[in-house]
Write a protein of this length. Structure first.
Length: 417
């Protein structure tokens, strides 16, 4: 872990979305210096599936050595943000650091994304970041070491990062554009930077989505907290940078990154929006047996041919499924395959001892997976990780994501046969 230096002692941080996850980790890191932390988040009452409230986070901040001010804030609401900013100034005498961490996500295509979700992502990520910055900046201008840190990615216009979730990418890049503009607007007055993780980070939301299997491929939020601390400890002339957690920590002399792994030694899932050399996402996919990512999908037929690699794959699937697999999965899957061996196949892991074969499932599928037939066989042979296929756009998923993740366990069993 990056050692605390005491540089944030007495500083007041206003952190959005700090009741859990990365926001809370940054709050606790600052608290160990004796900082004041304003926990601006919506969760005042315990959530059914996501642990942590602004009050429980405040208790942890105080226990770590800081002072906490929990504020119920929906950052889309100008009055609520304004009231929290004023309360922070009244309580601590000013604001030195703003961390725009709050974010909403929906990894869905244009036709699958309800406008309510589009409005939420644009409202929280883009508008909320802009609004909070606008209301905090007058107080930052009075600080001796003012910083704004947005948890947002480098602006990467590779279409692969847009095609499967245009609304999310637009909203997230809106946060990054705030960095681009405000860093220049307030150059010499306020440091404005962006921070993004190189790998997926384990948070309560990630646990809810994918469970333990995805968690093993993640790093803990501590790496983001350490990287944020390093940035916020820099002088204000360090501004306008789009930083990646691992890179900034290497500059600080950190060499052991296994300390941040949820499961040391396990391969890590790269995060969105990063495809720079040498470890590009495409290269990692090829290592797992993927085919080129940018070829257009061939047309598919609805009736698959008999025999061939898909039929062989389903022979192996049938050999693996049993009562226990059905009992532990309880899901029906449909595979819409394109390419040389295109067609529709199903896997019923909800009834009886399970069954699989060509055509539509007997009842409506819980999960529909769309991909090239070559990648399908590689995925079930353990040569292509589903998570990598999904993140790069080779695999499209509709329906219950938790059930989709459960299928990974079955694939793991098959690859060992």
């Amino acid at each position: 872990m990056l050692q605390n230096t005491g540089k944030l002692a007495g500083c007041t941080l206003f952190i959005t979305g700090a009741s859990r996850g990365i926001g809370k980790a940054i709050a606790l890191k600052a608290a160990r210096d004796g900082a004041n932390v304003v926990i601006a988040a919506k969760t005042a009452e315990p959530h059914a599936k996501l642990p942590g409230t602004i009050y429980s986070a405040a208790q942890e901040v105080e226990a770590a050595g800081g002072k906490a001010l929990p504020c119920v804030v929906d950052i889309r609401d100008e009055q609520q943000v304004g009231a929290a900013v004023q309360k922070a100034v009244d309580t601590f005498g000013g604001i030195d650091i703003l961390v725009n961490n709050a974010s909403a996500i929906s990894l869905t295509g244009t036709l699958e994304t309800p406008m309510k979700k589009v409005d939420l992502m644009l409202g929280v990520n883009l508008r909320g970041t802009y609004l909070t910055s606008k209301l905090v900046i007058p107080h930052l201008l009075k600080s001796r070491s003012p910083h704004i840190l947005n948890l947002s990615p480098p602006l990467n216009l590779n279409p692969v990062w847009f095609k499967n979730h245009t609304a999310y990418t637009m909203a997230k890049y809106g946060m990054s554009m705030c960095v681009l503009g405000m860093a220049e607007e307030f150059r010499g007055q306020i440091a404005v930077n962006a921070l993004w993780p190189k790998t997926a980070i384990q948070t309560a939301a990630m646990d809810m989505l994918g469970g333990e299997e995805v968690g093993k491929q993640c790093r803990t939020a501590d790496i983001m907290a350490d990287a944020a601390y390093a940035i916020l400890s820099r002088p204000t002339d360090f501004t306008g940078h789009f930083l990646v957690d691992e890179d900034i920590l290497k500059e600080q002399g950190v060499r052991d990154f296994e300390q941040y792994a949820v499961q040391p030694g396990h391969p890590l899932l790269p995060d969105f929006f990063l495809d720079e050399a040498p470890e590009t996402l495409a290269h990692q996919m090829e290592q797992h047996g993927a085919t080129p990512a940018f070829k257009p999908p061939p047309s598919s037929s609805t009736t698959p041919p008999s025999g061939g690699p898909i039929e062989s794959t389903f022979d192996v699937i049938r050999a693996v499924i049993n009562d226990d697999v059905v009992k532990s999965t309880q899901g029906i899957y449909q595979f819409d395959l394109s390419g040389e061996h295109g067609g529709i196949w199903f896997l019923d892991l909800k009834s009886g001892s399970g069954r699989a074969g060509p055509g539509q499932p007997p009842i409506k599928a819980d999960v529909v997976m769309t991909m090239d037939s070559k990648d399908f066989t590689k995925m079930f042979a353990g040569k292509l990780k589903p998570t990598l296929a999904f993140m790069s756009g080779k695999l499209r998923i509709k329906g219950d994501m938790t059930l989709a993740i459960k299928l990974e366990k079955l694939m793991g069993r098959m690859s060992k046969l």
